[in-house]
Design a protein around this ligand. Structure first.
Ligand code: TRP
Ligand code: ZN
Length: 850
């Protein structure tokens, strides 16, 4: 019962480790059930530390022997690690442990996936490999010898000696243990080269299982683009002779930035036109960039402790979104990011799991790899850049890299470089890091005698542990439109820092229409008394592409809320507005596709809950179906023309332009299917030569309930391909009717190809259940029970993935008493399991405390 009394760890308790690690030598003798790890670590007393007790983390290790300066020792061993007396001068610690990768289903530490060995050490997995101060502020060079019969034996850094049955690696850059990696297996390389800006040649490889070689080319191009981009935009050059990427089928997250040896969930690197959709391609490009960018923001400069996680993640997400904006369409990327932010981060920030971008405490750090740390963390950096300007941002980043290279840093270090470069005091801005919750921004306008005034008031609702909120610094990008729709005041950034603040414009001949929070300049909820006429005006005239989209989204919300709350018919204004968007050939297809989308059903529930309205998931589902049908009918005459105009001919390319055309064509196909019963979708399915076209058509057929034949055909065609089969599992759940969703998911969990130990398959099936709003929350409660059953099954095997999926229950307080009672009962049933993991226990306890 190692988790009987989970300890809370506090940022304020940080103290440095009593020793520094000068060098680490590791020797691995690989064997599935009995791998031996022999370590030799040079330690020295840390002059910056007062506490000189010598404790090394270590979990589930079978210690064979340990020595200090060559003398055998008998350390005290606990469930958490090893302690012993240590000399007050430099010394050598040696140990040999045995571990069992084959039985490691948690996928943390050294484990096996499809016959290969691989590691995942972030955040605290290295302690499952050997005894070590497993904390990011202990940095050391690593020399690794891997012994095994495998043709490919990899670790971090540059290759050293190798021969039959062994390979040696040396990483000259001091790093924390969480960046350690080892891979061994019968793998095939997709090789390439890159010459850096200073003329250094770097070997690049993507390692995959035999049979996947034809899915590496796109990832490799993305890697080279990332390397060039980081040189051009941030002046950051790669720093080793080799950069390896390995694709692994069993992985808890997307990918991991281990120094010189990135390990990827195969779903985040393998791509081919036949098996991957346009969004898969875009996501793969972004994740490859993300992990590569970590080489500087995360690896060369790392985090002092795990409370500083946003230091590397927020910044790296920000950098990868800049990269995608540069390579593809900036407005499309911004709109997609905001949809994602509202769907995941706002939900988190508005519920029991709310926490600051830099949390002040945690029980299990794995539970804090959240949308708040990552996505809100990136928003905070975007705001900082908006406030200080591009030039100061570039200067501050140069200073940051210059000053902190090789160090383990804090948010204070990060803000300090901006203060020095700009002379600004960022104390107030820092609240974005320390205070949880999404600010509400109320706006009032007035116009008199040519003088126009906007008055803003900010307010952040209480979050767990933070009942009172201080005002934040909010950059509000605003433009003003004249009566004729022309822009009369170009975008300017208003800097709000008080609870209430007004901004004025003089000499206007008539009352303008404001376009507020352009580009979504701050992660806040804008509350404004506008009418549909003003929204339609902005939808037609706003020069800011984000706010033009936002106006359409506001109109969609307004008509959906009226439909849900009063049974109103779909608003003619909305339908006309969307028809105009569809026909507007000056708008690029990708943007039009985004504009035709509706707010998610879970977002609608949140909006209603904010107004104090408890909504019925089925009613929301029905309203969405009604609106989509009305849109299809209203656009009936235009749909075929757009569908035809957006057909892409020639060989498939995942670039933004053809992908945008397919996105619009498929949005049109989905609407049209509601009228033709899936006829056009069947034709597209039968003639599709790429996964985007095939899967979109299949989704339409399932939506119209005529997909059985296509589904069976799809299975026969793709049953050998794990990643495509994940789509097959997920899609059936996503497109099930609400009353059937749990049943469909349950049947799929009994399918021969369902493997709950594989996180991708588990998420494809049960994650799709959790995300099917009306299906998961169906009044029968079957969705809740099925998910809870599977979380109970998975927890002893894989706590990390189980805990992440507990967030499906985080919104339980939004619903009616009946649903609340059912969800609470399921949460309590999981919590009552004996030996429940610390991960899952923490998540569910926080959710319940709401
Ligand atoms: N650092 C990784 C990233 O953002 C995240 C990650 C990968 C991770 N695997 C993990 C975090 C396992 C915790 C546990 O790129
Ligand atoms: Zn990251």
């Amino acid at each position: 019962m190692r988790d009987a009394a989970p300890k809370t760890i506090y940022l304020k308790d940080y103290t440095p480790f009593g020793y520094t690690a000068q060098s680490v030598h590791l020797r691995f003798k690989l064997a599935p059930k009995a791998t031996r790890v022999i370590s030799r670590i040079a330690f020295a007393p840390n002059p910056d530390a007062t506490d000189k007790s010598f404790f090394l983390h270590g979990e589930q290790l079978d210690l064979k022997w340990a020595k200090i300066n060559g003398e055998a020792i008998t350390p005290q061993i606990s469930e958490e690690g090893l302690s012993c007396d240590a000399p007050d001068e430099p010394f050598i610690f040696e140990a040999e442990v045995e571990i069992s990768p084959e039985t490691n289903t948690a996928l943390e530490g050294l484990y096996m996936s499809g016959g290969m060995y691989c590691t995942q050490c972030e955040a605290e997995g290295f302690r499952k490999i050997t005894y070590y101060p497993d904390r990011p502020d202990v940095m050391s060079t690593f020399t690794v010898r891997v012994e095994g019969p495998h043709p490919v034996l990899l670790s971090n850094g540059n290759p050293g000696d190798s021969g039959d049955g062994f390979a040696e690696w040396h990483d000259p850059w001091p790093k924390p243990a969480y960046l350690f990696a080892l891979v061994a297996g019968d793998l095939v390389a997709h090789p390439d080269r890159f010459t850096t800006m200073s003329g250094k040649d770097v070997d690049l490889n993507i390692y995959v299982r035999a049979g996947d070689e034809d899915k590496c080319a796109f990832g490799m191009e993305a890697l080279k683009k990332s390397m060039i981009w980081d040189e051009k935009v941030y002046g950051r050059e790669y720093d080793l002779d080799i950069f390896n990427i390995v694709a692994v089928d069993d992985f808890n997250m997307g990918a991991m930035e281990n120094k010189g040896l990135n390990v990827f969930n195969s779903s985040c690197v393998l791509a081919s036109p036949e098996t991957s959709t346009d969004s898969n391609f875009e996501r793969i490009e972004a994740i490859i960039a993300h992990e590569y960018f970590h080489n500087w923001t995360g690896n060369r400069i790392t985090c002092r402790d795990w409370f500083q996680l946003c230091l590397k993640e927020g910044l790296t997400v920000y950098r990868d979104s800049q990269f995608t904006s540069d390579l593809r369409s900036a407005p499309v990327k911004r709109i997609s990011d905001v949809i994602d932010l509202r769907g995941r981060q706002f939900a988190e920030d508005g519920g029991p799991l709310a926490h600051p971008v830099r949390p002040g405490s945690f029980v299990e750090i794995n539970n804090f790899y959240t949308a708040t740390v990552y996505e809100k963390g990136a928003e905070v950096i975007g705001m900082l850049k908006t406030l200080v300007g591009d030039e100061a941002y570039a200067k501050a980043l140069d200073l940051y890299f210059d000053r902190h290279d090789g160090q383990a840093c804090t948010i204070e270090d990060w803000l300090q470089v901006f203060e020095e470069v700009t002379g600004r005091n960022l104390k107030r801005f820092k609240r974005w890091y320390t205070s949880a919750g999404t600010p509400r921004l109320h706006v009032k306008e007035s116009y008199k005698n040519g003088r126009y005034k906007l008055t803003f008031r900010q307010e952040t609702p209480p979050t767990p542990g933070q009942p009172q909120k201080k005002p934040r610094v909010i950059p509000i990008a605003v433009g003003l439109l004249g009566v004729d729709g022309k822009e009369i005041v170009a975008t300017q950034v208003l800097e709000m820092s008080k609870r209430q603040q007004s901004f004025k414009w003089e000499g206007l001949s008539a009352k303008p229409t404001p376009s507020i929070l352009r580009g979504f300049s701050a992660p806040v909820i804008l509350e404004r008394d506008t009418d549909d006429a003003q929204r339609a005006f902005l939808l037609a005239h706003d020069t800011d592409p984000f706010n033009r989209w936002e106006a359409g989204r506001e109109l969609a919300k307004s008509t959906l809320l009226a439909m849900i709350e009063t049974g109103a018919a779909p608003s003619a204004g909305y339908l006309d507005g969307m028809l105009a968007v569809l026909r507007d050939d000056t708008l690029d297809p990708a943007t039009r596709a985004l504009m035709l989308g509706l707010p998610s059903q879970s977002d609608l529930t949140q909006i209603l809950a904010d107004k104090g309205v408890t909504s019925d998931p089925q009613a929301i589902y029905d309203a969405v179906q009604t609106l989509k049908l009305a849109m299809a009918q209203h656009m009936q005459d235009t749909l075929p023309r757009i569908y035809a105009a957006c057909q892409v001919t020639g060989p498939y390319s995942p670039e933004a332009e053809p992908a945008g055309k397919r996105a619009l064509a498929n949005a049109v196909l989905a609407l049209g299917s509601r009228l033709d019963g899936g006829k056009a979708a069947q034709e597209q399915y039968d003639s599709a030569d790429n996964m985007t076209q095939q899967l979109s058509a299949l989704a339409c057929l399932l939506q119209e309930n005529v997909g059985d034949a296509a589904l069976a055909k799809f299975y026969q065609q793709w049953k050998h391909d794990r990643l495509v089969m994940d789509k097959w599992f997920g899609l059936q759940v996503s497109y099930a009717a609400p009353e059937d969703t749990a049943k469909v998911a349950e049947t799929l969990t009994q399918h021969a190809d369902f493997d709950h130990k594989n996180p991708n398959r588990f998420r494809a099936t049960l994650g799709a259940l959790a995300m099917h709003h009306a299906g998961f929350h169906h009044i029968s409660g079957k969705g809740y029970t099925l998910l809870a059953d599977w979380l109970i099954t998975l927890d002893p095997l894989n706590p990390q993935t189980t805990a992440r999926m507990c967030s499906a229950f985080q919104t339980w307080k939004r619903y009616d008493a009946g649903r609340q009672t059912m969800m609470k009962a399921e949460i309590e049933r999981i919590l009552a399991q004996p030996s429940l993991s610390r991960d899952t226990t923490e998540m569910l306890t926080r959710i319940l405390a709401a």
